[in-house]
Design a protein around this ligand. Structure first.
Ligand code: ADP
Ligand code: MG
Length: 341
């Protein structure tokens, strides 16, 4: 074999292996783009659990017609321009690979209207080829349609599960976005029906309604609120009273600077805070918002951006543990026995 540079389309398909696993991964990337575009409202529509169609419509800033094709190119992003930017990044995206990856494993249509353009334009990507822009009727913002996911990679299409399973994953990720951004309205439609609606919340009553919509009445009624600050770290959110623990770790949401992540250090700190008040094998329910100066946390750890690395993991651990431990103690729910060391 001779060494050859791979064609772009194939490079994108390979990259898609890391970013696009199933419909929910597409939804996650498209909703992140909508949020980065400053959307106040994001509508996600699925057909057949997203296997046939995923459509995400937002009312964000839109993409100028001159940049539509560029948005679909690999490593093309409006979000960072330097390594310095990467170290301070506050947008959800920055890798510039979601759209080209998705477009390489599905049929993708992109329509957008930027304020500087008199009307919207749309382009289509088919087998790596981007069409010329055509006028489109969209009023404001951006709409991305992703049809027939993995139609050209049958081996991967086979890994998709039942419609209900794929739908449930999307439902879960929308719940997470709804908890991450109370200021944005999210709507989920499935096979033509609205199945979840989270209206933007800006006061105590609407915030509570939102929490209830995302996590249910029981959690909302028994949530202890957290509001802590130590140096440049902050922690907000809610933990359910220990007696409202769960058999599964399915009500655990951690946001670091607004980004939903899974993190071992944080998980350990939470577990330890609940250690004295939960039976072995039971799981606490919580929604926590950790604020860390962007320069002290690396978000470029994983292609799906679901992991972070803290510069000072120890400080984060101590802060989380002591904040939660104190909240549980103050609530008088049986926690708070003095701990050694
Ligand atoms: P990234 O989000 O990492 O920049 P993407 O491939 O997801 O990479 O998107 C590429 C670019 O396309 C973005 O940087 C942004 O400029 C533009 N874009 C994508 N989706 C939207 C959207 N919904 N609204 C406005 N611009 C968008
Ligand atoms: Mg993106």
């Amino acid at each position: 074999m001779t060494i050859q540079q791979l064609p772009d389309h194939l490079v994108n398909q390979i990259a898609a292996g890391e970013v696009v696993e199933r419909p929910v991964s597409v939804v996650k990337e498209l909703v992140e783009n909508a949020l980065d575009a400053g959307a106040q409202s994001v509508v996600v529509s699925l057909e057949q659990g997203g296997k046939d169609l995923i459509r995400v419509t937002d009312d964000g800033v839109g993409i100028p017609v001159a940049e539509l094709a560029l948005a679909l190119q690999r490593h093309a992003t409006s979000k960072i321009t330097s390594l310095d930017d990467l170290e301070q990044v506050e947008t959800m995206g920055f890798r510039g690979e979601a759209l080209p990856s998705i477009a390489s494993v599905a049929r993708l249509d992109l329509a957008s209207r930027h304020a500087d353009d008199p009307h919207a334009w749309s382009v289509r990507v088919r087998q790596g080829t981007i069409s010329e822009p055509e006028p489109h009727a969209l009023q404001q913002g951006t709409r991305v349609e992703v049809a027939d996911l993995f139609y050209n990679t049958p081996a991967r299409r086979k890994f998709l599960r039942a419609e209900r399973t794929e739908f449930n994953h999307v439902d879960g990720v929308l719940r997470r976005f709804a908890l991450g951004r109370f200021d944005v309205t999210f709507v989920l439609e499935h096979n033509g029906r609205v199945v979840a609606r989270y209206d933007a919340a800006d006061d105590e009553t609407s915030r509570e309604r939102r929490l209830r919509a995302a996590l249910g009445d029981e959690f909302t009624a028994h949530a202890l609120s957290i509001d802590e600050q130590r140096g440049d770290l902050s922690l907000g959110g809610w933990v359910a009273e220990p007696r409202f623990n769960r058999a599964q770790a399915d009500r655990q949401f951690l946001f670091v600077n607004g980004r939903a992540v899974r993190d071992r250090i944080a998980a350990h700190a939470v577990r330890q805070a609940f250690q004295d008040v939960l039976f072995h094998g039971r799981h606490p329910a919580f929604v926590l918002y950790l604020g860390v100066p962007p320069s002290l946390v690396d978000v470029n750890v994983h292609p799906q951006k679901t992991e972070v690395r803290f510069r000072d993991g120890r400080a984060v651990h101590d802060f989380l543990f002591s904040s939660l431990h104190r909240a549980l103690a103050d609530s008088g729910t049986g926690a708070g026995a003095p701990r050694p060391g």
